[in-house]
Each structure stands twice: as structure tokens, then as C-alpha cells.
Design a protein. Structure first.
Length: 437
């Protein structure tokens, strides 16, 4: 990976793209520290110092925003509205025929779906921004902080609208920054901003583990976290690169005096076909009961049960439900994102077949059978990786402060591998151009 970056910096065109991307990253990180109007920044910092920022309802969004959410800055919502909008549009593509037709139209249809994603991102940003402002005004954002009710001193309608509009505009700017990285930078802009947001929280989280440690002034806990983190990175890289290659043979066809086809290729089915999306779905779904219970003013039995069992990440019921939801959403997302019947029809249309399997319906059944078999280890792997922060280091008392969480490691490794592949492909393209000259 380091060799690819060194070669890229020696190429003038790629060096400009890398420096441009670094400049956009600096702008993004500066925006995550600029507070929005109407917020008492000193009270926010006091509550952050007292609270455990790795716990609570907003920990997932806070991670994706690089810690900007709890600081209530202009980029407080970060990239999360765009991620949610993209996932929703991807799910609706399977349900709504119009979106499915647009997806098959090529670049024009993809541009239209991207436009719909932008509109939905703005709507979600308004919704999430309103919820964040309401939570900050009520003091529920930092429960237990003495000055939590004084974070927003002026609770007038004008101030509230100004705060929501500012955060929505910040989300639009983040979306624009990601798109210009894709167009003028090294590509994969949204994922790179997500990568930076998560990686920015690592130093403070590691130092928190060191300060809270008791063995050898915290250095043993610190070293253990580093070792476990490196082991997790190696495991994630190994599994993310693993794939089942199904061979495909194309029959020869004679058109005039020329023969076409006769080539052999393969269909790569990844062990983790769903990526990090099941973890995000499971985390978001488990936050809904806690969010409802937090804003509910009744003292009913369901609120007590939710408060006792679903608000603590190390509770056995929470861990069990979290694991089962990850496994379920892994199968669910793979089922809607990979259509064996469509793949089998395309293979049959172009004269392709799997050796030993008849074309058509038997091919679709075989692909579905293989996909289900490799999804089981992939889903179990996702569940185990996601539970590492709450299970692996309980003995060291750092279960909630563990920086190498499952979601963060999956995203960082996935984005890192994809970025390196893009840089290497651009280097190969330039080497071929030089060879042709």
C-alpha cells in the first residue's frame, strides 16, 4: 500500500489529485470544529468532558461525523444522511419498478438516481437536524450533565430554525466535498470522508484507554488494545479479500468466418457480500426502542425493560439481539442486492454456462445455493467482529472505549483496500499510456 502511494506521488497527475484530496480533507476536518449559532460552546465542552461519548443513542452517528455530532458543529450530521439515503434508494430499487428501470438505463439512469439521493439526503438532514436540536434543547443529549439544559440558551423558534438550516447546509457541503473528491480527486469521495471521520477519533480513544488503565500506568492496556486492533485488521483484510469463484464458460459462436466466445471467466462471490451495512442496520434498529423510551414520559413496564436491557452495550440481551440482527440483515441485504435469476438469464443470453450445470433455472438455483452457504460464515464473521468492543476487553474495563470497533474497522479496511486499488489502476493506466507513446 505504501509503495502504491509513493509511486503515485512520483506521478505529477496523481500527485495533484492526492494533494487536492488532502486539501478537501483539511477543509472537512476544520468544519467539524466550527460550532453552529445558538449553542453555548463552553457548556458543550463541559458535558463532553463529563460524559462517556462512546455510549448513548448517538454514538453511531457521532462516529460517522468524526465526533462533530456531540460538539454540535456545522458538520454535526456528517455523511450519515447521505449514507442512509443511498441505502434507502438501493432498497427501493428492488421494490419500485421505475427505479429498477432507471438502474438498467446506464449512466443516465444512475445520474437520475444520484439526484434522487441528493434530495432524500436534504430531507433526512432536516429530519435528523430537528431531532438533534430538540434533544440538545431538552438536555437529553448529555444525560447526567448539570448544564445539559443550558447548551441552547435561546430556545426561540428563530434560533431553532437557524440551527436546523445550518446543519442541513453543512450536510450539503459535506456531500459536495465528497463528490468533488470523486470527480477531481482520487475517487471514492464519500467513502474517504467516512474513513477520515472514523480515523480522526482513534488517537483520543487510544489515549482514553491508556489513561483509564491500571496496569503499568495504563501501558499494558494500551499495548493490548493495539495488538487486538492489529489482529482484527489482519482478520478483516483476510475475510474481505476472500471470495468463492464460480467458473463460467462461454461457448464458441461462428459469425461468418470469425469465431466469437470460447473464453472462460468466473463469478466472484465474496464471503462478506453485504459489507458493513448489516452492522449499521442492526445498530440503528436497536437505537429506536431506546430513543422512544428516552422521550417517553410514562413509567410503564416496557420503558423500564428497554432502559435496563437495551441501553447498555454490555448487557447479555443487547448482545444477543445485536448479533441476531446482524445475521438477519446480512442474509436480507444479500438477497436484495444479488439476484441469481438475473445473473443466470444474462449468462444464458450471451451463451455462458457453469460447467456441469444446465443453463437457466438450474444455474439460478446453484448460484442461490452457493450464495447461502458462503453468507453463513460471512454473517457470523460480521457479528463476531461487531461484538469485539463489548466482549473482548471486558476484563480491562475498556469495553466501551475500545477504538477498534467492528464497524470502524470494517469501514476503514474496506475503504483503504478500495482506495489502494483505484490508485494502482490509475498507475497501470498511465504506465500503458507511456508504453504506447
Amino acid at each position: 500500500m505504501l509503495t502504491a502511494f509513493a509511486r503515485a506521488f512520483r506521478t505529477p497527475d496523481l500527485r495533484k489529485k492526492l494533494l487536492f484530496t488532502l486539501g478537501i480533507i483539511v477543509v472537512y476536518r476544520v468544519g467539524t470544529h466550527v460550532p453552529i449559532p445558538g449553542v453555548d460552546y463552553k457548556n458543550v465542552q463541559s458535558c463532553i468532558d463529563m460524559a462517556d461519548t462512546n455510549r448513548g443513542l448517538f454514538s453511531l452517528i457521532n462516529m460517522f461525523s468524526g465526533g462533530a455530532l456531540l460538539q454540535i458543529t456545522i458538520f454535526a450530521l456528517g455523511i450519515m444522511p447521505y449514507i442512509t439515503a443511498s441505502i434507502i434508494l438501493q432498497l427501493l430499487t428492488v421494490v419500485i419498478p421505475r427505479l429498477e428501470a432507471l438502474k438498467k438505463e446506464g449512466s443516465a439512469g444512475t445520474a437520475k438516481i444520484t439526484q434522487y439521493t441528493r434530495y432524500l439526503t436534504v430531507a433526512l438532514a432536516i429530519l435528523q437536524g430537528t431531532g438533534l436540536v430538540a434533544t440538545a434543547r431538552s438536555g437529553a443529549l448529555f444525560s447526567g450533565c448539570p448544564v445539559a439544559n443550558q447548551i441552547v440558551p435561546d430556545q426561540s423558534i428563530f434560533t431553532t430554525i437557524t440551527m436546523v438550516v445550518t446543519m442541513t447546509a453543512g450536510t450539503c457541503v459535506v456531500m459536495w466535498l465528497g463528490e468533488i473528491i470523486t470527480d477531481r480527486g482520487i475517487g471514492n469521495g464519500m467513502s474517504i470522508l467516512m474513513f477520515i471521520s472514523i480515523a480522526a477519533t482513534f488517537p483520543s480513544a487510544l489515549w482514553t484507554v491508556k489513561i483509564s488503565g491500571k496496569l503499568a500506568d495504563g501501558w499494558i492496556e494500551f499495548g493490548t488494545v493495539i495488538a487486538v486492533g492489529l489482529a482484527m485488521v489482519g482478520l478483516v483484510v483476510f475475510v474481505e479479500q476472500a471470495q468463492r469463484r464460480i467458473p463460467v464458460q462461454y461457448a464458441k459462436r461462428m459469425i461468418g468466418r470469425r469465431s466469437y466466445g470460447g473464453t472462460s471467466t468466473y463469478i466472484p462471490l465474496k464471503v462478506n457480500q453485504a459489507g458493513v451495512i448489516p452492522v449499521i442496520f442492526a445498530s440503528s434498529l436497536l437505537y429506536i426502542p431506546s430513543l422512544i423510551a428516552q422521550f417517553s414520559k410514562s413509567d410503564s413496564g416496557w420503558k423500564t425493560w428497554v432502559t435496563n436491557n437495551l441501553t447498555k452495550g454490555d448487557h447479555p440481551i443487547y448482545i444477543t439481539m445485536y448479533f441476531l440482527l446482524i445475521v438477519f440483515f446480512a442474509f436480507f441485504y444479500v438477497a436484495i442486492s444479488f439476484n441469481p435469476e438475473e445473473v443466470a438469464d444474462n449468462m444464458k443470453k450471451y451463451g455462458g454456462f457453469i460447467p456441469g450445470i444446465r443453463a437457466g433455472r438450474p444455474t439460478a438455483e446453484y448460484l442461490s445455493y452457493v450464495l447461502n452457504r458462503i453468507t453463513w460464515p460471512g454473517s457470523l464473521y460480521l457479528g463476531l467482529i461487531a461484538l469485539v468492543p463489548t466482549v473482548a476487553l471486558v476484563g480491562f474495563g475498556a469495553n466501551q472505549n475500545f477504538p477498534f470497533g467492528g464497524t470502524s474497522i470494517l469501514i476503514i479496511v474496506g475503504v483503504g483496500l478500495e482506495t489502494v486499488k483505484q490508485i494502482e489502476s490509475q498507475l497501470q493506466q498511465r504506465n500503458y499510456e507511456g508504453f504506447l507513446r
